[in-house]
Design a protein around this ligand. Structure first.
Ligand code: SF4
Length: 458
């Protein structure tokens, strides 16, 4: 779970109205905030970096876990105080929580606008309609909206790595997940608009794009004017990789039931497609996977991993894990620990199960693993994660990786940090290099989270 605040300096033109956008949740939400800024700019809004300067405060929300929503309720109380101090400030709630809670959010005294993920084009209209002192809401989900024609205004900090949404929504209906309810059905974006966006980023100095979707492997664009013309994810990856060998291409998230061999062969063919797959396992137990409606088994998941290793021997694999899902027994939990060791993930996002209202799990399965058991199991998962990520990094000692420089290390301006193709963080002495350079680094030391080395001239 991330919490990103915009960092672009406010415009000097005092005539412009200022918007502050606060974004919670996944990278897709960050990208959506960039789309929102792009929609607002022609209407006279410029980004600022404090609610104290803002005429319009937008909070792009996440509903994936209860604690994410609780933080947003807390922020609304802060915004209410700001509105008391400065009359005329407008507060809008965007994203998944807006879609899930609708009028319940609108009833909060701080909130003027509630806009779901498919109604961002309507924001200028919703703002303009506030003049009578009322509130505005639009949470209509769309079958078509992909914001394909909108070039997001980038808010990232490094100017090197950026994200491109290639699809919206999800059709999978995992029983614990709120996404299909709040982001709607899956829609694929026109590949030409994706390639154009990636070309523009490359032209503006970016050297890495990550193609984003809830399930990128089911990307499937069909030309509405010629239904025989189709583009699948492997082809899209290739189209983006062909823009320039110096543009790295990443993608997330893959679904174990859908990741086809053609994607792996395409990754093998192009050195600039990064050798990293994020393959959420969620649990190592077949009983839990079935209850989660993940539509794969432990065995079929491990077959996918074996295929990745066969086609891409130097590929790293990361994952997501939920501990304490409904009915999870101690044996189920041990199977999760064992699959973690068997795959040897280099990193993982690990969470306790958090029941989300109206999901199938909430309606049909008791949330019956006691909180202290969930917490203890999560600690064990985190401990195994520490062991296997250290072991994964130790295997890299002595190897040389091409690193794309993203910035200075946290500890010193004399060191740079970047990532290898495998998505591992690498730190090395800066020399004469700068952000955006590719540098070959030989790995000499490591921690569970970082590879440390020095440049070598090949
Ligand atoms: S694949 Fe499952 S977990 Fe992922 S967004 Fe879709 S429903 Fe949620």
């Amino acid at each position: 779970m991330t919490n990103k605040y915009c960092s672009v300096k406010p415009a000097l033109n005092a005539g412009l109205r200022q918007v502050f956008i606060e974004t919670y949740g996944c990278q897709m939400n960050v990208n959506d905030s960039e789309v929102v800024l792009s929609i607002l700019q022609p209407h006279g809004y410029s980004l600022c970096n404090s609610i104290k300067e803002a005429d319009l405060i937008l909070i792009n929300t996440c509903s994936i876990r209860d604690n994410a929503e609780q933080r947003i309720w807390g922020r609304l109380d802060i915004f209410r105080l700001e509105k008391k101090k400065r009359k005329g400030v407008v507060v809008g709630i965007l994203g998944c929580m807006a879609e899930r809670l609708k009028e319940d959010l609108l009833n909060h005294t701080a909130v003027d606008i509630v806009a779901g993920p498919d109604s961002y084009r309507e924001l200028p209209q919703l703002i303009a309609s506030l003049t009578g002192g009322g509130k505005q809401i639009n949470t209509i989900l769309s079958q078509e909206e992909t914001y394909a024609d909108i070039s997001p205004v980038r808010m990232d900090k490094n100017g090197v790595s950026s994200y491109i949404s290639i699809m919206r929504g999800c059709n999978n209906m995992c029983t614990y997940c709120v996404v299909p309810y709040v982001r709607g059905a899956e829609r694929s974006r026109d590949p030409k608009s994706i390639v154009k966006e990636a070309e523009e980023l490359f032209g503006n100095g970016y050297r890495e794009v990550t193609l984003l979707g809830q399930n990128v492997d089911s990307y499937n664009w069909v030309n509405p004017e010629n239904p025989t013309e189709k583009t699948d994810f492997a082809r899209l990856l290739e189209m983006v990789a062909l823009i320039d060998p110096k543009l790295r291409v990443r993608f997330s998230t893959s679904h174990p039931k859908d990741m086809g061999d053609s994607v792996l062969y395409t990754m093998a063919m192009y050195p600039n497609i990064c050798k990293h797959v994020h393959l959420p396992v969620q649990s190592g137990s077949d009983a839990v996977l079935a209850k989660m409606n993940r539509k794969y088994t432990r065995e079929s998941y491990l077959r996918r991993v074996a295929k990745i290793r066969e086609v891409l021997p130097d590929c790293s694999i990361s994952t997501d894990i939920i501990t304490g899902f409904c009915g999870e027994s101690e044996e189920d939990h041990l199977e999760t620990l064992s699959i973690m060791r068997e795959v040897g993930y280099y990193t993982a996002y690990m969470f306790q199960y958090s029941e989300r209202p109206n999901t199938k799990a909430a309606r049909h399965y008791p949330d019956d693993v006691p909180a202290e058991v969930k917490s203890r199991r999560l600690s064990e998962v985190i401990q195994v994660h520490g062991e296997i990520s250290l072991a994964s990094n130790q295997k890299d000692l002595g190897k040389v990786f091409e690193v794309l420089v993203e910035g200075y290390s946290k500890r010193s301006k004399a060191e740079l940090t970047g990532r290898s193709s495998q998505n591992k963080v690498v730190v090395f002495p800066a020399g004469n290099h700068k952000v955006g350079d590719y540098v070959n680094v030989k790995i000499e030391r490591c921690t569970p989270a970082t590879l440390i080395g020095t440049e070598i001239i090949k």
